[in-house]
Design a protein around this ligand. Structure first.
Ligand code: ATP
Ligand code: MG
Length: 432
């Protein structure tokens, strides 16, 4: 990418353009995700990028980083407060509830891929428009489903060839046992109040679970001293977690239990999980999820078990690029954006003819381009080289008069002559 031109209007802070070269990896990741999601029976849902603010406040929770300081909230002309979606789970649940999808089929599986918006402090890897891909299984309390969702995530990563990720799991209990654990935590953490970061000092009273999620080094140290969530969960939750652990063993999916793992959103219950990757530094989560059995009822629906994850696409991509660098995957010697054929036109009269040829070749499925900047033939050849075009066709008045097309293979130097466009298409297709 060239240097940024400071004189023009700049993209807003935390917003990133994705250029064609990078986009290839996006498409690869999206395709891998779509295929794995569909294999597991999840189907795509596309919800609007903004929603009634109340949806996020009720689901994500008032005392969370997202709702407290990260949402893009504004009023529309009718005076309704709306918010750019900071995540997609709440919207999917809203759609499930609003259209009473549970009446036709209680158990439904969805996936989404798209942009999310959070007003985060700009720092490495943190954007204000970022992307998540995720799945939601709604309408079941089955612990096996918790593991299914994790397996779907790891299959996407395996398909992409991402090595070195770690699956971390915990149980955070339910509305019956969480209040007890909350009190225990408050008491235990109060002893370390002076050593906690400023934010966490306030979190002890406001939302003590957030202390366990703090990225501050000292706070991370302190949390090793507090009791495990598992020691304070009720029998129901323990039983659920036991089945989850058994299912991991059953399908040989490697995992570790992180006894203090919590998530930054309030709606989670029972199983929570993260997939982390060492390429990421302190904020090492590339995928996060869990169960949220109270979310549908929090937004006004019937009690409905649900589980799912959201994978950060930028984060996953950083990890993937790192793995590929380490494996030194040989780079293909031609650019993936290169055209198959570049047509060089000699003289103004040949341009119309070349334009017709270009369209015939495209019709035949060939990636082909020609000069639209009225360059000399020599300059056009330079462009063909720069674009890394696999073939060139040079059309001068002579060729047009004789009705012959001269196709040159730029790697081997071989030349083919033909009067027939279909023959040209065949040769090119046989070489790509
Ligand atoms: P974190 O503690 O990393 O901020 P979170 O609890 O806010 O996480 P989730 O909503 O669970 O994040 O998001 C899942 C994943 O989405 C994160 O692990 C991260 O990879 C990605 N993500 C979240 N916020 C951003 C952002 N502002 N920019 C880029 N990626 C993000
Ligand atoms: Mg966050």
């Amino acid at each position: 990418m060239g240097k940024s031109n400071e004189k023009c209007v700049q993209a807003p802070l935390g917003m990133k353009d994705i250029f064609p070269e990078e986009r290839l990896l996006w498409v690869e990741m999206e395709n891998a995700a779509r295929e794995e999601f569909e294999i597991a029976g999840y189907h795509e849902i596309r919800t609007p990028v903004f929603e009634d603010t109340r949806l996020f406040v009720r689901s994500i929770g008032e005392a969370t980083d997202i709702v407290e300081k990260e949402m893009y909230t504004f009023g529309d002309s009718a005076g309704t407060s709306i918010t750019l979606r900071p995540e997609n789970t709440a919207s999917v649940m809203r759609a499930y509830l609003q259209y009473e999808l549970y009446k036709t089929k209680k158990f439904q599986k969805f996936y989404y891929i798209g942009p999310m918006f959070r007003k985060e402090r700009p720092q490495a890897g943190r954007l204000r428009q970022f992307h998540q891909m995720g799945i939601e299984a709604i309408g079941s309390y089955d612990p096996l489903l918790d593991v299914e969702t994790i397996k779907v995530a790891t299959r996407v990563y395996d398909r992409l060839g991402l090595g070195g990720y770690v699956v971390k799991v915990n149980t955070i209990g339910c509305e019956k046992c969480r209040p007890g654990y909350r009190e225990v935590l408050k008491e235990e953490l109060s002893k370390y109040k002076d050593e906690l970061c400023e934010l966490c000092k306030a979190r002890i009273d406001r939302n003590v679970f957030r202390v366990l999620d703090c990225k501050n080094k000292k706070c991370k140290e302190i949390r090793k001293n507090v009791s495990n969530t598992e020691d304070h969960t009720c029998n129901d939750c323990l039983e659920h977690f036991k089945i989850v652990k058994g299912a991991f063993e059953e399908i040989n999916l490697e995992y570790t239990i992180d006894p203090h793992l919590v998530r930054g959103l309030d709606y989670y219950t029972k199983t929570v999980y993260e997939i982390t990757h060492s390429a990421m530094g302190a904020r090492d989560t590339i995928c996060a999820g869990g169960r949220y059995d109270n979310l549908v009822s929090d937004i006004g629906g019937p009690p409905t078990g649900a589980v799912g994850f959201a994978a950060g696409m930028e984060a996953s991509m950083i990890a993937l690029l790192k793995t590929r660098e380490e494996n030194q995957k040989p780079k293909s010697d031609t650019s993936p954006l290169a055209p198959d054929v570049y047509i060089v036109s000699i003289g103004d009269e040949s341009r119309n003819y070349c334009f017709k040829l270009l369209n015939e070749l495209r019709q035949g499925g060939i990636k082909v381009d020609m000069d639209y900047e009225c360059r000399t033939a020599k300059a056009q050849m330079k462009v063909a080289n720069k674009l890394d075009s696999r073939f060139t066709i040079i059309m001068g008045t002579d060729e047009i008069e004789k009705g012959v097309i001269k196709l040159k293979n730029m790697q081997t130097g071989d030349e083919d002559f033909s009067e027939n466009t279909d023959k040209i298409i065949q040769i090119v297709k046989g070489n790509i």
